[in-house]
Design a protein around this ligand. Structure first.
Ligand SMILES: Nc1ncnc2c1ncn2[C@@H]1O[C@H](COP(=O)(O)OP(=O)(O)O)[C@@H](O)[C@H]1O
Ligand SMILES: [Mg+2]
Length: 421
């Protein structure tokens, strides 16, 4: 088979590595890819949003399966387009990708299908939103309704912060159309974790849980980011909580989507909070998570391509997972998630085995690899438990020159601290 992966980040690099392992696969193409993906796949210079060229390329090369990584093409209908051209696609259609594309749609679904989540209201009217925020009080959470590249949420600890965020979103249109509607929701306290599943209609095949580290700096300080590191499994999320999350959250949302005439095929990612009242949903994404995928897929024993084909055919894939812990540390450009420099050379990568380096924002400049994103790459380590995986990953990371880059020193520490209690 020939497989085309669409995207250019760490998630797509992890997908390409896994696809390349499949005995079913002859060639893995990735459009548009990055410098690391080029080591595992054949790079195609077509933008994720250029559906017509992607379809033409896939037909010309006899691509048997297209795997779509990012949310933007999914929300814009890439699956519908490519299927219309006769291609097989693993990813939701546009009418199902709205589960991620509109937070108010997603909250409506949770309410309608009794899926545990934070109490909320959604607003298109500024004064009404302001009055609701003042009535609810801080802490409170504001979310731009549409896609905002992981920057559209403010967890406001004070009323001032909340009202400032509302002004940014609704008056200053900080996220353009994406914040014309704003979801305001109750602040949830607890342990955050991520659970992804392969989904086809009402069939749900859960993966193992992962935990991301959203804040830029150690001890969960600094601004929210796209994710600074992750690990899997999450020892302090028990099997019982995992199962409860599948039964109360993932299965009902898949069923609800079918009931709405928006049957979902692809990956549903649930961002969850283990509260005192049990697991609650923070959000759904309509694709693999980033950086969670980079630590979950290496633990999958099955052939990923076979799993996707089975799921598309309505067959049970029977997923098996390696016992080992995998932990990934994100290297980011200094300044991220605010303004940062591009073009700096990555020095020291040669000292790390290529299999452990997942590229996110890199490009090749002759023999030199340079950064062109805020999150540049992820270094993965593994071991029998989180302590060993953490040591293994940080041991590799020390080879990288950090003049222009930074990383968190405490990825995985929550799991290790909880294990000691
Ligand atoms: N209701 C909430 N209570 C507490 N924290 C929240 C809540 N909603 C979101 N967050 C925090 O903000 C982060 C981003 O919110 P999320 O809904 O996942 O949006 P996105 O990933 O699109 O930015 C979450 O990972 C979580 O840490
Ligand atoms: Mg999120």
């Amino acid at each position: 088979m020939n497989v085309l992966v669409v995207g250019r980040g760490g998630r797509e690099h992890a997908i390409c590595k896994k696809v390349a392992e499949s005995p079913l696969v002859q060639t893995v193409f990735c459009a548009p890819g990055n410098a690391g993906i080029a080591q595992d796949a054949s790079i195609v210079d077509i933008d994720e949003m250029n559906f017509a060229d992607l379809a033409a390329f896939a037909k010309e090369q006899g691509v048997d399966l297209v795997i779509v990584g990012p949310e933007n093409p999914l929300s814009a209908g890439i699956t519908d387009y490519l299927e219309g051209e006769g291609l097989k696609v693993f990813g939701p259609k546009q009418n199902a990708a709205i589960l991620e594309g509109s937070k108010s749609f997603s909250k409506m679904m949770m309410e309608k299908y009794n899926i545990p989540t934070a109490r909320y209201q959604s607003f298109e009217d500024y004064e009404a939103a302001k009055a609701y925020i003042q009535q609810e009080g801080a802490p409170i959470v504001l979310k731009a309704d549409g896609l905002a590249a992981g920057k559209g949420v403010t967890v406001a600890m004070t009323m001032n912060e909340a009202l400032e965020a509302l002004d940014d979103m609704m008056l200053d249109k900080k996220f353009g159309d994406a914040s014309a509607r704003v979801v305001v929701e109750q602040f949830l306290q607890g342990e955050e974790y991520s659970l992804m599943a392969f989904v086809h209609g009402e069939n749900v095949y859960p993966m193992e849980a992962a935990q991301d580290h959203k804040r830029a700096f150690d001890n969960d300080e600094g601004p929210n980011t796209g994710g600074m590191g992750a690990y899997s499994p999450v020892p302090h999320i028990s099997q019982a909580i995992h199962d409860q999350s599948v039964e109360e959250i993932l299965r009902p949302i898949a069923k609800g989507m079918v009931a709405e005439g928006r049957s979902f095929t692809g990956i549903i990612f649930a961002g969850l909070m283990l509260t005192e009242e049990g697991p609650k949903t923070i959000e759904f994404n309509a694709r693999f998570g980033d950086p969670e995928t980079q630590v979950v897929l290496p633990r999958l024993e099955n052939d990923l391509v076979q799993v996707m084909l089975d799921v598309l055919d309505g067959k049970d894939p029977e997923l098996a997972w390696k016992e080992e812990s995998v932990l990934g540390i994100v290297l980011a450009a200094k300044g991220y998630p605010e303004a940062y420099e591009k073009g700096n050379e990555l020095k020291g990568l040669q000292a790390i085995d290529a299999g452990s380096v997942i590229h996110a924002g890199t490009y090749a400049d002759g023999d030199v690899i340079r950064a062109n994103g805020g999150r540049v790459l992820l270094v993965a380590g593994s071991g029998a438990n989180p302590v060993e995986a953490q040591q293994n990953a940080y041991g590799k990371m020390q080879h990288i020159d950090t003049e222009h880059f930074f990383f968190r020193k405490d990825i995985g520490s929550r799991a290790i601290a909880k294990a000691r209690l």
